[in-house]
Design a protein around this ligand. Structure first.
Ligand code: NAP
Length: 339
């Protein structure tokens, strides 16, 4: 991969019905912009692909405005400053921010976080990025796991789920992971998960999850919603907590989806299901990043990355999140790492 002398951009061209298609995106090439006073020009290196992008493509009220048709698709990136007319930023600085599906972007200082050198850059989109922060706050703030408790995690071999499971192990919990392939389950075991279930091949999914959680479930970290949420509700212990992180099984639904049948289990077990958005914890990011950084340095949290080469492949790569062909954090490499 080499630096380009033009700015490749991927725009949202139409809104998907069901799974996104290539035709929902438009690829354009323009001039590399020049920073004005107070601006920074950044060259994107890695782009994070996230299930939430599916939601941002739909014109519906949410926690953030949808991407407008004709706009550059929104996305978090790790980038290198190549030109700066802003105090505190200089060429060569490594930064992260919502710089979008494009090779170059202009930004103001408040939109960027400076990154320390000396660490693998994908870490800042994984355990030391938004997905790691999601795992940290969702599990510790809402899940409040206690030593000896059972923590059940869905999409456990994904970016968020894999960090949730590892933090739960650090906290002394019994951790059960659900994932869609045997290879993913094997990786979860390598990381110390106590039990795993391949939810795609289990003959009787309910029985398989019940068997993996003989003492019931104290924390169910929900990344997927749907049938798995219902099964987990049936396993709750008294006072259980469910951080409602996501519902990827529903993001491409074209018809209204049924609510959980087993919801009365919340009442019977005096349990709590609570949604959260990681961005609401912005002020506490430094505390979380310090702790996550320490766990990474101690080898207690590992990241795995699925890196697709080339921005032009981002629309197809996004689908990996929905067919489960990514293991760990899904990333697109847009440009070379600095030499
Ligand atoms: N609340 C927040 O602030 C916040 C922030 C970030 C992410 N999230 C949410 O966290 C969840 C995980 O995100 P991520 O970035 O870590 O993605 P990810 O887990 O790395 O990738 C998505 C995974 O979901 C699984 N999956 C896809 N369709 C499924 C289905 N129908 N049923 C069950 N599993 C399915 C696939 O793994 P399998 O092989 O196991 O099927 C796939 O690899 C998503 O729901 C996302 O929206 C929430």
């Amino acid at each position: 991969m080499t630096a380009t002398d033009s700015n490749l951009q991927i725009l949202l061209d139409s809104r998907p019905e069901g799974l996104p298609e290539d035709s929902n995106f438009k690829t354009t090439r323009g001039d590399i912009p020049t920073p004005g006073d107070g601006q920074i020009l950044a060259r994107n290196i890695y782009l994070s692909l996230d299930p939430a992008m599916r939601g941002w493509m739909t014109d519906r009220k949410s926690y953030i405005e949808p991407v407008q048709l004709g706009d550059v698709m929104r996305g978090l990136t790790v980038a290198e400053v190549v030109d700066s007319k802003a105090d505190g930023f200089a060429p060569g600085d490594l930064v992260s921010g919502a710089l979008g599906w494009q090779s170059y972007a202009l930004a103001e200082p408040k939109e960027l976080q400076k990154l320390p050198g000396g660490l693998p850059l994908p870490l800042f989109l994984g355990p030391l990025g938004m997905t790691g922060l999601t795992a940290y706050f969702g599990l510790l703030d809402i899940g409040q796991p206690k030593e000896g408790e059972t923590v059940l995690v869905s999409a456990a071999a994904g970016a968020v789920g894999s960090v949730v499971g590892q933090i739960a192990k650090i906290k002394g919990c019994r951790v059960v992971g659900l994932a869609g392939t045997d290879d993913k389950c094997a990786w979860l075991k390598e990381m110390g998960f106590d039990a795993t279930v391949n939810y795609k091949t289990a003959e009787d999914l309910r029985k398989a999850i019940y068997k993996a959680c003989p003492n019931g479930v104290d924390v169910y970290f929900d990344n997927v919603g749907g049938e798995i949420l219902d099964i987990a509700l049936g396993l709750l212990n008294q006072g259980a907590r469910i951080p409602l992180c996501g519902a990827i099984s529903q993001y491409n639904a074209t018809e209204p989806v049924p609510g959980p049948y087993n919801y009365l289990s919340l009442l019977v077990n005096r349990a709590r299901l609570e949604g959260f958005i990681v961005f609401d914890y912005r002020r506490r990011y430094p505390e979380a990043l310090q702790q996550l950084g320490q766990w990474v340095a101690e080898g207690k949290i590992e990241g795995r990355y699925d890196i697709v080469q080339g921005l032009e492949n981002a629309p197809q790569a996004l689908l990996k999140l929905f067919d489960g062909s990514n293991t760990g954090k899904l990333i697109v490499q847009i440009g070379d790492e600095p030499a």
